[in-house]
Structure formats: C-alpha cells, structure tokens
Ligand binder design. Structure first.
Ligand code: ADP
Ligand code: MG
Length: 703
C-alpha cells in the first residue's frame, strides 16, 4: 500500500482521538483524504494595512506595529485591552479568554503582526482576539497566502482549528515528500494538457507560493476530478456496448408509416423529425439505445414518444413475436392523459393500448397483465405500477420514461430488467439541465434536444404581483374567462407544512367560488381519491369547469390548450424549475397566455431574483442555468433526490463548465485509442477510478 493510503492516526500530530473526529466530521481517514481537504479560502498575508485605512466593513486584515499599553478591565466579564499603533493611527485590541497567556506573550519593545477583523465600537476602532506573531518569527517560512480550512465545532473544541489542520498537512509532506505523492493521471494526459504534477499541485494548494501557482494547481486538481467522472461514464458505456448487443429495429414499420400517412394530427416540427431520426439510428444500430430527450415544456415530446413506440411495435423478433412498448409517467393524472392522447391519435390503427396504474381495478388489471405476458397488448401506459414484479412482458422492445426527474435511477434500472435483451430506453425530461451538468450526471446517455416549439406559440407573458393586488387580478381573470379561456390557480403543498398549506388551498377554492359565482370552479389535490381527481380533471379538460384550483399535482404534463392563465400563489415557495413547469401548463394554444406570480411583499434577495428570472425569460435552458447559479448544482431538479452521484472536492459545476467540456473531450480521445483502458500506460487511470468509486458508494447508480 502506498504511503498516502496510510491511516491518519499514525501521523505526527494526530493520534487516535483526533483521527476519530476527523473521520466522523470530515470523512478523513487516510493521508490522501487529508490532502484532499482543500482550503475553502486564502487570505493574502503579504499585504499590510495601515491602521488609518481600516474600516468596519473590511474582512480579515493584517497590520504591523507595537503595543503601547495593556490593562485588565474588570466587569461582568473580565477582559484585557491593549492599544496598538503603527504610526498612522491606533486600534484597541481586546481579549476575553486566555488573558494570562496573552500577558506573557506581549511586550512593548517587539514589533508584531496582527491578523483579525476590524470593527468599530462606539467611535473606537477595535479588533478582538487577533492572531498574533512577533515580527522576528514572522519572517516566515510560511507562504504569503494563508489557507483556511473548514472545521466542525467538535474539532475546534479539541484544538483542531484551521491552523492545526494546516500543520497536520505539513506533517504529511514532511513524512511523504512531494515526490511521495504519486501521479494519478496517465502520462500522456499530463503532457498533452500541460498539467502540473499531482504532488506539486497538492503542495501548492496547501502552501501556495503565489496566486498564479495556486491557480495552476487548482486547475490541475479540478481537471483530474472532472476528467475521471467523464472517463468512468464513457468507459462504462463502452463496456456496456461490448457486453450486450441491442435489439435491432430494422425498419420504421407499418404502424409508423400508416400513422404518418393517415393520422398525423399536425405536421411535426423539424426538431421532432430530427430527434426521431436520431432514435431510429440508435435502435437500428445493434446497440441498446440509452437516450435522454430534452425538450422544454410544450415542445411536443409526446408525439415523439408515440412515433418511437410505433417503430417498436412495427418490428418483430426472429420468432415472429412483435415487440411491445411501454411509457411510464410520474402521476396517475399524467398517465391517464397520455393514455387518452395516445388512444385518440391511434384510433384508426389496429393497436392495443392499455392503461395500468395503482388504481386499475382488479379485473381489468388481470386482463392487462395477461395481455402483456402473452403479447396481445402492444403499448402500455402506466405509473410506477409498471415496475411491479407482476408486470411481465412477452417481448418488451422499448421503454419510455416521461418526466424523468420524478423517477429514481434505480427505478429506471428495474425497467431494463424486464426483458432478457435489455430494451431500448428513452428518457424524456422537460426540466432542461444545464449542459455541463447533463454531461456529468447523464454522461452515459446520448442526448437529443427538441430546440423548437410548435409554430404559432406566443411566449407566456409573466408578471409578478403582490397579494394586495387581488382586485385588479380578479378583473383580469374575469376578462380572460369572458373570452372563453380557462384559468389555473396553484397552491404549494409540502409535507412539512401540509396542514397549513391544505387550509390555504381550500380557502383559496372557497374564495374563488365566491369571487367568480357565475363560473364553475373545480379543485384537484393529492388527498382526493383518484375518481374524484379524474372527475375534476375531466370537467376542466372538457371546458365545463372554468377555473381549476390545484396543488402541484398538475405540475407535470397536463395539457389543456384552452387554459390561458396560470396564477401561482405563494410563488416564493416554488423553485425555478417548478415555476417553469407550472407556467408550461399555459401557452399551449394559439392565444396569448399569462402567468401571474403572487408573492408576499417581503422577499429575500434570492427569491426576488427568482421572480425576475421568471418574468425575464421563458427559455427553459436559461432558467436552468440561473437555477444552478442560484442554488448550486446539487439542488437542481433531476439530481435532487439522490444528490450528485459523486463527491466534488474542488470543482464547481457552475463555474467550471469549460473544464467539464474539455475533460470530456480528453476522455473521449483517450478511449478512442484504448476503449477499455487495457494499455499499460493507462493502468494508472483504472486504479484511480476504482479508488474514486470506493469513495462514492453511489457511483454505480448512474451507469
Ligand atoms: P411536452 O413536450 O411538454 O410533453 P406535449 O407533447 O404535451 O409537450 O405537446 C404540447 C402541445 O403541443 C400539445 O397540445 C400537442 O398536441 C401540441 N403539439 C405537439 N407537437 C406539435 C406540432 N408539431 N405542431 C403543433 N402542435 C403540436
Ligand atoms: Mg409531456
């Protein structure tokens, strides 16, 4: 075992007790873990401030001078106060703890460097508990950039503060040496990309000589981190490709042809045609398709799914058995709507389509299950219910997963297992994921994008109202209803505040009934039985009902083109991608549509920003980028339930997008020459990936 994998408890300055805390609070067990505990900031210790420049709004600063008085002040809490001057002015230094120790440290003849945060107390400039070094000793071997490390409360209590961590890291270097830190990237990569060597980079990160060297070092470590994510994803893909041959759909088939000639409800957009072609190429290639279809709300993913499913059922296995297809949606409402939609479009075709959800009645269920097993059912639309073991396909050729962010990756995997040869997989998402994040989270999937909306759509006009503008809001709703339009009113409902939220919802419903007496108002929420829900939905879809008051059960997928107003109550409580999804429920017909964000008056800056983004753009990708900037990549819808599937020590997917793209290219180049990484010079990469995989227990879930 090489040195860096040694347990930290054997290192000078650590010992078993500190090792325990480091393990539990920081996840640090080996020397290598410790070396990867990177500073979260640096303070430039080469710069000295003059005392007369100091302001209370400055962060930590460094000053150099002499003490000229020292007194102990009694009071509720004893404290010690010293005056410190550098010739430009003076500042009061205050201590509350360790008074005796400090008294012993200070004299009036030596010069000191103090490091702390200035503040103004009354009229007086003060600094409390600064770090302190005598100037003689401060002609340091230390670097001008002082690193700061994260620590926990417990660590601080046992003396493991930022400085102590720095010292421990130093001890590692004393023991191991820079040369003891092995290179973890293949030589060819280090050379071609002009990277700093690993040992040097880690040393610079902890003991930077200057800013450019530090930047270089950080770049090298970011490169490595992101490179190995790409390499793992892409290599897995290669492995899968060699392991399993995919089902071959050799032709578009009779169903698609007939549909295209006789049943097309509208001319597909060029983007829709293009992505179907991309999928056809996959499915005829002899490899399993694993494709992510990204398309903004309303871009027409359903039609694409339908066409691809028709390709599937238009092809047969060697023994003559026709392939089957399934499409899985996250909610019953959405599944039901897909079912209506599909059966509507397929009326003239001799295709058996069934709907299977948790509330499918026993008798119907038995029939459907039998049909799936024997092959009589061609297409099944469903919810999670499709994943149950009782669902057995005769010959599943294609599985479509709609609105993927609601499904865990593990659930996706269960679908794959439903056929002996893995079926082709199409994952559709309306939550655009910023490109670089998609590359890292779904890096093993091929991506198709529908980047064009059906013709004639007008961007939804969005406005931000405060609660006190109810009256003008109601006037506006009434105008729209008078023109024959319909309106959604959406309330947040989350588990933590369920009772309050539920009350708001039902009160909102009563209020709307009262305010719009001459119209029909319906309500949909998760506590209703699915019959009640269906009935309310039906009334709204058919136009019998004019206003629907709902929780976010309508967030995904629901399609009522005549609805032109979306009111979002307490909009401050929704995330950007959710707001975007909700807004996507309107603007589906040819009429101008509106989205009104209702909020409280008092808003945090972040919330205000969110509302501004919504008012400012309807572009889902722009919104996703903004979302990632505001909340960080780990909270983005799509990664939320599982978090990112790997730990990032130093990279930032928001800021380091260009490095993600670059490392993906480099990983592809390496794999082009050595698809399964079998060459001896790449053994180092294989080893490194296995180390990283051990660290990330979740890793395998994304492949
Ligand atoms: P999403 O991508 O959000 O799932 P849908 O598939 O629900 O979008 O489509 C949104 C709306 O656009 C539906 O009313 C659908 O009938 C309509 N639509 C889809 N494709 C086209 C097209 N090529 N031309 C006109 N309307 C279309
Ligand atoms: Mg949809």
């Amino acid at each position: 075992m090489d040195i860096v994998h040694r347990n930290i408890k054997y290192l000078a300055g650590v010992g078993p007790k500190r090792a325990d805390v480091l393990a539990s609070d920081m996840n640090v067990v080996s020397y290598d873990d410790m070396l990867q505990l990177y500073p979260y900031k640096y303070v430039d210790r080469s710069h000295l401030y003059a005392i007369n420049e100091l302001r209370s709004d400055m962060p930590y600063v460094q000053i150099k001078g002499r003490f000229y008085s020292l007194t102990t002040v009694e009071g509720r809490q004893q404290r010690m106060v010293a005056q410190f001057t550098d010739g430009t002015g003076s500042i009061e230094i205050v201590w509350f703890k360790g008074l005796n120790y400090i008294k012993g440290q200070i004299n009036s003849t030596d010069e000191y460097i103090l490091f702390g945060k200035p503040s103004v107390f009354g009229q007086k400039l003060t600094m409390t508990h600064p770090e302190m070094e005598k100037v003689v000793a401060a002609t340091m071997e230390t670097s001008p950039l002082q690193p700061f490390y994260n620590t926990s409360e417990r660590m601080k209590n046992m003396g493991l503060n930022s400085k102590a961590i720095h010292k421990i890291v130093r001890n590692i270097f004393v023991e191991v040496g820079v040369s003891g830190i092995e290179e973890t990237l293949p030589e060819s990569i280090v050379r071609k990309c002009n990277l700093m060597r690993r040992g040097e980079a880690i040393c610079q990160i902890h003991f930077p000589q200057n800013t450019p060297a530090l930047e270089n070092a950080r770049y090298r470590m970011k490169f490595e981190e992101l490179f190995y994510i790409q390499l793992s994803l892409l290599k897995n893909r290669n492995v899968n490709r060699t392991k399993s041959s995919g089902i071959v759909f050799g032709k578009a088939g009779a169903y698609l042809n007939q549909f295209y000639k006789e049943c097309l409800p509208f001319e597909p957009t060029n983007a829709q045609k293009r992505v179907v072609k991309e999928m056809m190429a996959d499915m005829s290639s002899g490899r399993q398709m694993n494709r992510l279809l990204q398309g903004d709300v309303g871009s027409g993913k359903t039609l694409v799914a339908l066409m691809v499913m028709l390709i599937a059922i238009g092809n047969s296995r060697a023994d003559g058995a026709r392939y089957q297809a399934c499409i899985m949606a996250p909610t019953e409402i959405l599944a039901a709507q897909h079912y209506e939609n599909l059966t509507g479009m397929l009326k003239q075709l001799d295709v058996r389509v069934e709907l299977l959800t948790g509330s499918t009645k026993k008798k119907a269920r038995t029939e459907i299950l039998k049909g799936l097993q024997e092959g009589g059912v061609d297409i099944v639309v469903g919810t999670h219910a499709l994943l149950e073991d009782t669902v057995v396909f005769n010959n599943l050729g294609l599985a479509v997963v709609d609105e993927q962010h609601r499904f865990g990756v593990a659930q996706r995997a269960r679908l794959w297992a439903k056929a002996s040869v893995p079926p082709h997989i199409l994952v559709m998402t309306a939550t655009p994921i910023p490109r670089t994040l998609a590359m890292t989270v779904y890096g093993d999937l091929d991506v198709s994008v529908i980047d064009e909306l059906p013709p004639g759509r007008k961007p939804v006009q969005t406005e931000h109202y405060f609660h006190n503008s109810r009256n003008s809001l109601n006037r506006f709703i009434r105008e729209q209803l008078q023109q024959g339009r319909q309106c959604y009113v959406v309330y947040p409902l989350i588990e933590e505040s369920e009772r309050m939220d539920f009350k708001n919802l039902t009160e909102g419903f009563e209020y709307m009934k009262e305010a719009f007496k001459e119209y029909d108002v319906c309500m949909v929420h998760g506590r209703m039985s699915s019959d009640e829900k269906d009935e309310a939905m039906r009334r709204f879809v058919s136009g019998e009902s004019h206003i629907m008051v709902a929780t976010t059960v309508i967030e995904v997928g629901v399609n009522v083109p005549n609805a032109s107003v979306m009111i979002i109550e307490s909009a401050e409580r929704f995330g950007l991608s959710q707001l975007h999804q909700l807004r996507g429920r309107v603007g589906r017909g040819a009429d101008q549509s509106y989205c009104i964000l209702m909020t409280d008056f008092k808003l945090s800056q972040e919330t205000r920003k969110r509302m501004e983004v919504m008012v400012g753009t309807t572009d889902g990708f722009e919104i996703a980028e903004a979302d990632m900037r505001l909340r960080g990549p780990g909270n983005i819808e799509g990664t939320q339930q599982s978090g990112l599937p790997f730990t990032l020590h130093i990279s930032d997917l928001v800021k380091d997008g260009p490095i993600v793209t670059y490392t993906r290219e480099k990983a592809m180049e390496l794999l082009a020459a050595d698809p399964l990484l079998q060459m001896p010079e790449n053994a180092v990469a294989v080893r490194r990936m296995s180390d990283i995989a051990k660290e990330n227990v979740n890793w395998s879930r994304i492949s």
